[in-house]
Design a binder for this molecule. Structure first.
Ligand code: 57M
Length: 363
């Protein structure tokens, strides 16, 4: 909205011209998002504490040293998502499809998480896993269809290293986009099990995607790098800048010892948003590398559970590869302290981010 307002106001005072620049709007969106979340979160935490007092504790904590976390409020993601939706309409160009579609993705996935979190608080049990998964598939498919219909993108997928390899998936692109959104959303959700872990890794991943979106939306840079050009995709870098601001402010409260968790309302929505930006900017493989930590975490669960089930069938007792899945619990079992695990996995996440940026030029 501010873009259009400034366009009109610059006739009266030329400095309003700066709102035309993606970099200026991104910087301002970052700052405003940080300030909103930083100011609102303490009040939100107090509100949640009253809610928790009314309903009693919430989380079934089955790791010994997580027992003191049972009363830490969840739902922190509500403030992040709310801020992002408002700011996307404030800072993004409203004559592009991006603010509308990004808000749809954020709200729909946040809604699934919110219902789940709310039921956990009020009824002590969340949504059934199957129902949750079906809802994710439903909203994922809706997003994929809307993307193909309203975004200036094709149904091809692009690989790093192979400049000329971009198979057209046609109608199957909907399936690919749906599974990608649902997969990344769940991967972020699984990662969200230690103070600051998921938001930290989301921030490094979002930084990479913000650069990618900026470059993809710029015809000259896109041609130079040999990446697909997607008109106005730079608008998404403004949204990610807002996310980085909001996420940093959230981390202020979520760092060890956390005063609040993001809840499924946060983790599902953040994962879906990252996947949506990667799909839009045709950089799914960049996200798979930049968000390598999320991929490792979800793979650790898949491998552990499969092996456990297989050995149970074969030998009558379930055996494990890791001491416990997801990956971060393995290190807890090994005796690393929580801040140690989190900071070390952040370091890994930064390394993944740097590696992914090099992929931008390698085609
Ligand atoms: C949700 N939720 C956190 C918080 C957060 C298939 C299986 C591997 C699934 C997995 C699972 O249920 N994962 C999804 C993970 C929970 O956090 C809440 O959930 C939101 C995110 N969805 O925002 O609201 C707990 O995580 C801790 N936490 C923090 N700081 C944070 O900033 O400390 C979260 C955020 C919180 C808090 O303790 O309550 C969670 O971990 O439950 N299941 C598992 O992860 C279980 N793994 C397991 O059973 N592994 C087995 C294999 C064979 C399946 C094995 O390896 O033997 C573990 N879950 C827990 N403890 N809680 C087991 C140990």
């Amino acid at each position: 909205m501010l873009y259009h307002l400034a366009l009109w106001l610059k006739g009266y005072w030329f400095p309003f011209n700066v709102f035309q620049y993606i970099s200026f709007r991104a910087w301002l969106a970052f700052l405003v998002a940080f300030l909103i979340v930083w100011a609102v979160m303490p009040r939100f935490i107090n509100l949640l504490k009253r809610l928790y007092a009314a309903y009693g504790g919430v989380v079934r904590e089955y790791l010994e040293h997580h027992s003191d976390k049972a009363l830490t409020p969840t739902l922190g993601g509500t403030v992040i998502v709310g801020t992002l939706v408002i700011l996307s309409f404030l800072f993004l160009r409203l004559d592009t499809p991006y603010p509308y579609l990004a808000s749809f993705v954020l709200i729909s996935f946040a809604l699934i998480g919110f219902v789940d979190d709310w039921l956990k608080i009020t009824k002590k049990d969340g949504l059934r896993a199957k129902v949750k998964f079906l809802l994710q598939l439903m909203f994922g498919t809706a997003t994929a269809i809307l993307m193909v219909k309203f975004l200036p993108i094709d149904t091809k997928i692009y690989f790093p290293f192979f400049k000329d390899l971009h198979p057209d998936l046609g109608i199957f692109y909907i399936l690919w986009a749906t599974l990608f959104i649902v997969g990344i959303s769940n991967a972020v959700n699984i990662t969200d099990g230690l103070d600051g872990l998921a938001i930290g890794a989301s921030l490094t991943t979002a930084t990479v995607l913000a650069f990618t979106a900026y470059l993809t939306g710029n015809y000259i840079y896109a041609k130079y790098l040999g990446i697909p050009y997607v008109p106005y995709a730079g608008e998404l870098s403004i949204l990610l800048a807002a996310f980085i601001g909001a996420g940093l402010a959230f981390l202020w409260f979520n760092t060890f010892p956390a005063k609040i968790f993001m809840g499924d309302v946060g983790s599902l929505a953040i994962g879906a948003l990252l996947a949506f930006v990667a799909l839009t900017t045709k950089s799914e493989f960049i996200l798979l590398v930049a968000g390598g930590l999320f991929i490792l975490e979800i793979l650790s669960v898949i491998v552990q559970v499969s092996y456990f089930k297989y050995t149970k069938r074969r030998y009558g007792e379930g055996r494990r590869i890791l001491l416990m899945a997801p990956l971060h619990h393995h290190f807890e079992k090994k005796g690393w302290s929580e801040p140690q695990i989190v900071v070390r996995l952040w370091i890994l996440s930064i390394l993944f981010g740097i590696l992914s940026l090099t992929l931008l030029k390698l085609r």
